[in-house]
Design a protein around this ligand. Structure first.
Ligand code: NI
Length: 248
């Protein structure tokens, strides 16, 4: 069930049975020579929709632009500042709290979002912590990275080994090729080594990783690999979401 394809009355009915919602969050940033700029938003959106369909969970609109300042030296990339993304996450959650939602399961597609989204959760918790004894229902937020579930981790190692790398990976590119076969791109690319150090700003990133990849070989991507990775992610995330809802 998707929020943007529901009526307000349907959401009201849903809330009688569940206070939980899945929120895909990603990024709009370069993904190497053959990866789509929307990769990090497409992956959690596709997986989140499948989870929602399979178990009747509500899925909110994808937050498609994230914290990606380090990709801005590549054309087409868009970022929110960390402080802006914190505000976006807070306002999104607080809007839904007003309606009665209590459990917020962010399904993440971008490593660069983790620190900022975690800080946004602390801001949300701080607001209720300042209200002593309000006795309001407690809000819980969690962030799950789709590419780090046990099933995805095992399968990506099996399919790609150490050519998985850490940005513009064959796993994420495969998922987008499965989701949008009409948008598959071909590109020539040479092998790239492991990063020698952490990057800083956008110019530094581009100096270190001239074609955008970090240690990956996305020429190994295929729609069939993507299908298997989505299946693996959905199975794991259904378990994680159900546990999150039932935790005391
Ligand atoms: Ni990515």
């Amino acid at each position: 069930m998707q929020l943007h394809l529901s009526t307000w009355a349907e959401v009201e009915t849903y809330l009688k049975g569940s206070k939980g919602i899945i929120i895909p969050i990603g990024s709009t940033e370069q993904h190497g020579p053959n990866g789509l700029i929307g990769t990090d938003a497409i992956c959690p959106e596709v997986i989140g929709k499948r989870v929602g369909d399979d178990i009747g969970a509500l899925v909110g609109p994808t937050i498609s632009v994230g914290m990606a300042q380090h990709h801005l030296a590549f054309t087409g990339s868009i970022t929110l500042r960390p402080t802006t993304l914190i505000s976006v996450v807070r306002d999104y959650v607080q809007s839904l709290v007003r309606h009665g939602f209590e459990r917020f399961f962010f399904l993440n597609g971008h490593g660069g979002n983790i620190a900022t989204v975690t800080a946004a959760f602390s801001e949300i918790y701080a607001e209720s912590s300042f209200k002593a004894g309000s006795n309001a229902p407690s809000i819980r937020c969690t962030l799950k990275n789709w590419w780090q579930t046990p099933g995805v981790d095992k399968l990506s190692k099996e399919l790609f080994g150490d050519r998985e790398g850490s940005h513009a990976t064959p796993s994420e590119v495969s998922v987008t090729q499965f989701a949008y076969p009409e948008a598959i791109k071909q590109a020539r690319m040479d092998p790239v080594g492991k990063p020698s150090r952490a990057f800083a700003d956008a110019e530094d990133y581009r100096r270190l990783f001239p074609d955008g990849r970090i240690g990956s070989d996305p020429s190994l991507s295929s729609p069939e690999h993507g299908r298997r990775l989505v299946d693996a992610a959905v199975a794991d995330i259904i378990g994680d979401y159900k546990t999150f809802l039932t935790q005391a």
